[in-house]
Design a protein around this ligand. Structure first.
Ligand code: VG1
Ligand code: CO
Length: 543
């Protein structure tokens, strides 16, 4: 098995976004496209030779061929051992768990997360570092720099490896171990949560529906909920990972998880519903006819953490991404701990978690997690809610309503305008940027602008600075609107508008958030000219 050195020329579009490199499948199928990115990744790393790599993906179209290529390239580049999930399957949080548990130098996760899959769908590659978390910006920048000048890559010319049989094989000098994708992750979950209590809950008259959206969590959810925790067979729906996610959009929100939403908002809805995304790091939590906004979910998880064995000693701190609502800040204040505000993307939580500044963190985009791994973790959040429900013996809705009563309610919504013309989207953002310096002190409708800026973050641990992370306009009453362009889409641009206002009066907590936020929604359109510039009447997705 000889190492081949193949000449190649750079592609100019391999800059990783919010979470890895995402492109449509045909882009990844261009000769040398994947190879260039993988070689650039190895080129940018020091000190990995002879060490362990974790490799797997969410099972979408092109997962298997990509794994074969990466195995042969890893061997040619001197990796000592690669752990691969059986069938090429690893959820993002499970990959993070394996990297940490087996002291791997890093991991390659093949996923475009919540983006659709299939031959015309999206594919993606993420590189995670030795703490199990997404590569920070200095690493992704180094990879990108390498992609611009790459001239050759190394690969071993050999047969494909059998990905479906557990056990060890050899690619040249590198050993390949095909591992059970679920076992280590399930073991970690059992250390954190009170499985006996959850089992009692699930075996009683409590009813639950978990929609895996034909994405990666199917095998994990069936093992945990149905096999280990005794939930009824059929509790997990759409539990077979499919290469095209059954034609759906593996995004657990109110629009794309429509089947689950229909069940949970019906007359005989179950007590609890949940869904997860393509690669298993996101979660949506629903009660009987009730939606838990992800920002509230983070706050409720933090406020109830001491009911859960893994967190019974309390939290060191909490972090949320900048556009996430400030509900978690109120919990941190009450607990007397710090709350950090980071840019969008899980990579910004890594340093805070490693330094034990925070225990729990989350994003408004259906992502919650903790120091147990270095990725957001969909099924962890579902188990967390089940543990809270088992302890408190109340409905999901009652828990949320009591939370608002105690802390006040942060009305919150995100409006996504997907697939907008890129030039128009950047015109919109530039227009806003040009107004920022004049806005503070101005009256806009009934609001007075307190601050207006483009969010910049200085990492408190390593001092690195990340600029232009979203435009914020905050008002003197504490409400705010945030404008960002997505860094995960592959077609045109996606504009995200985030809206938040605070209501201390419990008598007003029952209002529909779209209604409560209506004045801000109208103002956002006026300030940013969204309808005029995008040519859209309204958002594609409202959360
Ligand atoms: C989106 C979310 C962000 C999340 C990222 C990756 O990014 O807003 O909060 O971290 O997706 O999640 P953007 O740039 O499109 O807004 V995942 O589940 O796609 O890995
Ligand atoms: Co995801």
């Amino acid at each position: 098995m000889a190492i081949q050195t193949v000449s190649t020329t750079p592609f100019d579009d391999q800059k990783p976004g919010t979470s890895g490199l995402r492109k449509q499948v045909p882009a990844f199928q261009q000769p040398n496209y994947l190879e260039n990115f993988i070689q650039s990744t190895f080129n940018s790393l020091n000190d990995y030779k002879g060490k362990t790599l974790v490799l797997g993906g969410d099972g979408r179209y092109f997962n298997r061929p990509a794994i074969q290529i990466i195995l042969k390239m890893a061997a040619a580049n001197g990796v000592g051992k690669t752990l691969v999930g059986q069938g090429g399957i690893l959820s993002t949080p499970a990959a993070s768990c394996l990297i940490r548990k087996y002291d791997a130098f890093g991991g390659i996760i093949l996923s475009a997360s919540h983006n659709p899959g299939g031959p015309e769908g999206d594919f993606g590659v993420k590189y995670n570092v030795s703490n199990g978390g997404p590569a920070p910006e200095d690493v992704t920048n180094a990879i990108f720099e390498n992609t611009k000048s790459i001239s050759e890559y190394k690969i071993i010319d050999t047969e494909d490896i059998d990905l479906d049989t557990l056990g060890t094989a050899q690619v040249s000098e590198m050993s390949v171990e095909i591992v059970d994708p679920v076992a280590d992750y399930a073991e970690l979950m059992e250390e954190l949560f009170d499985f006996d209590k959850i089992r009692q809950l699930l075996q009683g008259d409590f009813s639950m529906c978990m929609d895996s959206l034909h994405a990666v969590t199917g095998p994990y959810a069936k093992d945990l909920f149905e096999k280990t925790l005794g939930a009824k067979a059929g509790t997990v729906t759409n539990g077979e990972p499919l290469e095209d996610f059954g034609g759906g959009h593996p995004d657990p929100n109110l629009v794309y998880a429509h089947d689950l939403v229909a069940i949970m908002f019906s007359d005989d809805a179950p007590d609890f519903g949940a869904a997860s995304d393509g690669d298993g790091d996101r979660n949506m939590i629903l009660g009987n006819n009730f939606f838990v906004n992800p920002s509230d979910s983070l706050a409720i998880i933090a406020a109830n953490a001491m009911l859960v064995p893994g967190y019974k000693d309390g939290l060191s701190g909490i972090a949320r991404s900048m556009p996430t609502s400030q509900a978690a800040d109120r919990v941190a204040k009450e607990l007397g701990i710090d709350c950090y505000e980071t840019p969008t993307g899980w990579k910004f939580f890594g340093n805070l978690l490693d330094a034990d500044k925070i225990t729990i963190c989350g994003e408004e985009s259906f992502g919650t997690g903790s120091n147990h791994v270095r990725e957001k973790d969909g099924l962890w959040a579902v188990l967390f809610w089940l543990n809270i429900l088992a302890e408190r013996q109340q409905s999901v809705e009652d828990i949320a309503v009591e939370h608002w009563k105690a802390y006040g309610r942060n009305f919150y919504s995100r409006h996504d305008y997907e697939g907008v013309d890129s030039a128009k989207a950047s015109e919109l953002m530039k227009g806003l940027q040009s107004k920022l310096s004049d806005l503070p002190g101005q009256k806009l409708g009934d609001y007075t602008v307190d601050y207006a800026d483009d969010f910049s973050y200085t990492d408190p641990i390593d001092g690195s600075v990340s600029q232009n992370q979203g435009i914020r306009i905050g008002f003197t009453d504490g409400s705010r609107m945030v404008f960002r362009l997505s860094g995960t889409g592959t077609q045109g641009a996606t504009l995200r508008l985030y809206l938040e206002s605070y209501e201390p009066d419990a008598a007003k907590h029952g209002v529909d958030p779209q209604e409560a936020l209506q004045p801000l929604i109208a103002l956002a359109d006026e300030v940013a000219k969204i309808k005029t510039l995008t040519g859209r009447d309204g958002p594609t997705v409202i959360t």
